[in-house]
Design a protein around this ligand. Structure first.
Ligand code: HEM
Length: 427
């Protein structure tokens, strides 16, 4: 078989499958061969060019004109007619938000909507995150055993996300189902039967987003990023469009919630698997911000992102024709020894950790990164203080929702002796 440019396809490239096998177990490890031998390759199973080295991934993020993000939220698996019909019945119209918008519209909109993300504005949320985290830890502290995902790390980021966006919190369980369906719909490989069920849920999510937006329009003085957008629309109707507001209402919940929940679960798994480091952090909490960052590098929750070439171009010495779709694997870039010394070692003293590409890079770089970092820092502060003796339940198997881009364990079981909780030992 040949690539679209007529080059032979290597056995490794032909075998590459991002929906199962090694990539689902560990995407960075699964692309070690590529980083070493073939840093840009065409994947016939995916129909995308895959990019695995740090400098290449960063250069693609940096140039959002040659490498447009317009396909970032496109369904990666072609949709069946039945699923398309289902979506149509719900008037599904997910379109441009920010993450998949081209210039110059993107920058105008990003600037107009930036203020709620400034450090001063984010500081207003810290008290709430702390309070919520303490409440959730109180609920589990005496149990001696918990699934951190189900009992804490899923709900707190969802609550914070809804609060940040200004969405009422009453529908949390429904939203959990909705956001999982959105991930499968966008980045997964559902079977034809599953596609219809997923489309039903995504259609409902779309309608729900529309209703919430309508309600907000009646009360535009509410706090939150979405009401802020509604107010901005009055002055800048061409920049903050109706289509943007409806699409962001849906995509924003997922962007702010699942990413942070997964990143937090990855972090606790990783630190508890590296007990000496966990111990060090318990003894010296000033290490926490660095530890958060190193976990985002080592085991981030967004492992790959997408771009499309708008002109004929090259990446390294590989020819990339106009219209080529690219899967740029940030998880692989973050383990590239050309940029990070001993990349497979978890090292919370590393001085270039923040160079990781888990939040993307350049003009689209994640706007919520400091909110996510704050949440992860507070989770780690509270759990290392209240349950420093916590450990992973041995021999558990970790499962992941199969998809190209979002990664975090479905469950994370931990255990501890409640009689040894510091507040009991040392009240
Ligand atoms: C964009 C990751 C949390 C809002 C992005 C991008 C990535 C990403 C990879 C695309 C970057 C690019 O194209 O260069 C993450 C991760 C998170 C996280 C790993 C958690 C650990 C959040 C949160 C919010 C948020 C909490 C909102 C409160 C956004 C927005 C964009 C974005 C609005 C679009 C920015 C633009 O295109 O200009 N994020 N994100 N994210 N993220 Fe996040």
């Amino acid at each position: 078989a040949l690539s679209p440019t007529g080059c032979p396809i290597s056995a490794n490239a032909a075998a590459f499958d991002p929906f199962e096998g090694p990539y689902q177990v560990d995407p960075a490890e699964a692309l070690r061969w590529s980083r070493e031998q073939e840093p840009v390759f065409y994947s016939p199973k995916l129909g995308y060019w895959v990019v695995s080295r740090y400098e290449d991934v960063k250069a693609i993020f940096r140039d959002n004109r040659v490498f447009s993000p317009s396909i970032a939220l496109e369904k990666i698996t072609p949709v069946s007619q039945a699923a398309q019909d289902t979506l149509k019945r719900y008037n599904y119209g997910m379109n441009r938000t920010l993450v998949n918008e081209d210039e110059p519209a993107h920058m105008e909109r990003r600037r107009a909507l930036m203020e709620p993300f400034t450090p001063e504005e984010l500081a207003h949320h810290e008290g709430m995150v702390r309070r919520l985290t303490r409440e959730y830890v109180d609920r589990i502290a005496d149990k001696g055993r918990a699934d951190l995902v189900d009992e804490m790390l899923w709900e707190i980021p969802l609550t914070v996300a809804l609060h940040f966006l200004g969405v009422p919190e009453e529908d949390m369980d429904t939203l959990r189902t909705y956001s999982i369906a959105h991930t499968v719909n966008t980045w997964g490989r559902p079977s034809p039967e599953e596609q219809v069920a997923v489309a039903e849920t995504v259609g409902k999510f779309w309608q729900y987003a529309g209703k919430v937006l309508e309600k907000m329009r009646q009360d535009p003085d509410r706090h939150g990023w979405m009401p802020y957008g509604i107010r901005k629309q009055k002055d800048l109707p061409e920049v903050v469009t109706d289509s943007y507001l409806h699409s962001m209402m849906m995509a924003g919940i997922v962007a702010a919630h699942e990413t942070t929940a997964h990143a937090s679960a990855n972090m606790f798994r990783l630190l508890l698997e590296n007990r000496e480091i966990w111990q060090e952090i318990c003894e010296n909490p000033s290490l926490i911000p660095n530890a958060v960052e190193e976990c985002l590098r080592y085991s981030g929750s967004v492992v790959a992102w997408r771009r499309i070439a708008t002109v004929d171009t090259r990446i390294g010495d590989v020819e990339i024709p106009k219209g080529s779709k690219l899967l740029i694997v940030s998880a692989s870039a973050n383990h590239d020894g050309r940029h990070f010394e001993n990349p497979d070692e978890l090292d919370i003293y590393r001085d270039n950790t923040t160079d990781h590409l888990t939040f993307g890079y350049g003009s689209h770089q994640c706007m919520g990164k400091n909110l996510a970092r704050m949440e992860m820092r507070i989770f780690l502060e509270e759990l290392t203080r209240r349950l420093p003796h916590m450990e992973l339940v041995p021999n558990q198997t970790f499962t992941y929702l199969p998809n190209t881009s979002f990664r975090g364990p479905d469950h994370l079981w931990v255990q501890w002796d409640p009689a040894a909780n510091p507040e009991r030992r040392d009240p």
